[in-house]
Design a protein around this ligand. Structure first.
Ligand code: GLU
Length: 507
């Protein structure tokens, strides 16, 4: 059973998102960040960004910047972090906190709660192999705990660089009431033995550094992915050894793939799962934020479209789900399309402008090269026409490119096969002769086009279906299109005539 948690709203809540800069911002990272953000904002607390960069070999260039840029793109601004230090808690990079870790490690060494371990890599390997052969799970046997002065001297003389391990009490229960998963307990005998808190290169390990940081940064609630559950008993052992008050822990259910029913794998190339990919593909940050908030949490009721403010207001840690969250691309698409419908044309024009400036896709580059955004009347017309049927801003951008250059666009005329071509031809002939009375360089208004089409349809007396499909195919290359008079008003008269000629060749 989960115990209800009602954190104080007096500003004392402090939570953190603590990425390792080993990669760019992933949907799973965004999920952790977001629930910490919502938690902090809902309870008037502070949201801290800390960079856990102790695993130097795994850090990737640009990893930290990607984390920060993409959090900001999602509209999540931290209250404290490397670029906004609170002097009481800084620094916020673990690499800059090495001295602090040493101080506490020394305390544990002095108390005999931690010890130097001179086991070599080969010896560790042998130990593991032997255990494996005996059908035992791997466990450090603790044989350097209580080593004699002589043994230590001998190892030092050999030049072996020791690690430092925390000594675990034997057969002791470590337990906590998880805010999301309920009661969890481990026996210290099942934690793989005394574990390393400082590597031989002098760097504290994650399981040690994280405790010191969370303690010194006054973190009240640790919310992180449930892949960390096995680390938590080790961290609690550190809290206990140092006599620190421990925070509350909540382990967020990870995101699973609807296709494989397994944890979303960063190697799965079929699923877009990095935030910069959504950004480049024309998803709105509001939509991705809304979607992510439902990965492992839901408010009361059926509604699924929530603004950031509404999510902050309605967020309740007690409604986090203990079972996996499934990544449903269709739902993300639906949410994104819903936001595109809701936004004003001017706002969408601005958002597309950001994408063109960022040039994160070939389409954005091409639109920038051709200067299409400068024709804002044209772009806004396209937005108005396609806003209600676009899943992403990219869909709108593709139509911008298509109609900007429509006479060179490779329209498909295959659909004419399903038609009575004679009637189509008649329709196009009449339209062409009407159009020839205009200056070729002008655009007709949508109303003028509508009037012209009505007149032709009446004169020819043909059915609406055939009439409009002929026009749809001729000017858009597909049977179904939004309001054709709107589309035709985007195209200069001379280009409308060119397209008619092109279509008639096929007919
Ligand atoms: N640095 C860890 C990670 O990226 C976060 C651990 C934590 O939140 O305690 O998975």
């Amino acid at each position: 059973m989960k115990k209800k948690e009602n954190p104080a709203t007096d500003g004392s809540v402090r939570v953190r998102y603590a990425p390792s800069p080993t990669g760019v911002l992933h949907i799973g990272n965004a999920q952790s960040a977001l629930f910490n953000y919502l938690f902090a904002k809902h309870y008037n607390g502070t949201w801290v960004l800390r960079i856990e960069d102790t695993d130097i070999a795994r850090n990737v260039p640009g990893g930290e910047k990607s984390q920060m840029d993409n959090l900001r793109w999602l509209g999540m601004e931290w209250d404290e972090g490397p670029d906004k230090p609170n002097p009481k808690y800084a620094p916020y990079h673990q690499q800059e906190r090495v001295k602090i870790y040493h101080k506490y490690i020394q305390q544990l060494l002095d108390k005999g709660l931690a010890y130097k371990d001179y086991t070599t890599e080969e010896e560790l390997q042998q130990m593991r192999e032997k255990q494996k052969a005996n059908g035992e799970s791997p466990k450090y046997d603790g044989h350097w705990f209580n080593a004699s002065e002589e043994q230590i001297k001998e190892a030092e003389e050999k030049g072996i660089k020791p690690t430092i391990r925390l000594h675990l009490p034997e057969n002791t229960l470590i337990e906590w009431d998880d805010l999301i998963k309920g009661h969890i307990e481990f026996n210290t005998d099942n934690l793989g033995g005394d574990f390393v808190i400082e590597k031989s290169n002098g760097m504290a390990t994650y399981n040690f550094a994280v405790v010191i940081d969370d303690y010194l940064m006054d973190i009240t609630h640790v919310l992180r992915g449930d892949d960390h559950i096995a680390n938590t008993p080790k961290q609690i052992a550190v809290y206990q050894a140092l006599g620190f008050k421990q925070p509350r822990f909540g382990h967020i259910s990870l995101v699973y793939s609807t296709k494989t029913h397994k944890k979303l794998s960063k190697r799965d190339k079929n699923t877009k799962q990095f935030i910069h990919q959504y950004r480049a593909a024309g998803y709105l940050p509001e939509a991705v934020f809304n979607f992510t908030a439902f990965l492992g949490w839901s408010p009361v009721g059926e509604r699924e479209i929530y603004s950031r403010e509404e999510l902050i207001e309605n967020y309740d840690i007690n409604r986090m789900s203990a079972s996996p969250a499934f990544f449903d691309q269709k739902k993300l698409d639906w949410i994104n399309a819903t936001y595109i419908k809701k936004f004003s044309v001017d706002e969408l024009y601005k958002r597309i402008g950001y994408m063109i400036d960022a040039q994160e896709s070939d389409e954005a580059k091409e639109i920038a090269d051709k200067g299409i955004m400068n024709d804002d009347g044209f772009v806004k017309s396209i937005i108005k026409i396609y806003q209600n049927e676009s899943t992403t801003l990219m869909d709108i951008m593709k139509n911008m490119m298509k109609y900007y250059d429509i006479t060179n666009y490779d329209l498909s005329y295959n659909d004419f096969d399903n038609f009575d071509n004679e009637t189509s031809k008649k329709i196009l002939d009449s339209l062409k002769s009407e159009l020839q009375s205009y200056d070729g360089d002008v655009h007709l208004s949508s109303d003028d086009v509508t009037a012209m089409l009505k007149k032709i349809q009446k004169e020819l007396g043909c059915g609406a279906r055939e009439f409009f499909m002929t026009l749809n195919i001729t000017f858009t290359g597909s049977q179904s299109a939004p309001q054709i008079s709107d589309i035709m008003s985007l195209i200069r008269v001379k280009d409308l005539i060119k397209l008619i000629d092109k279509a008639e060749k096929v007919l």
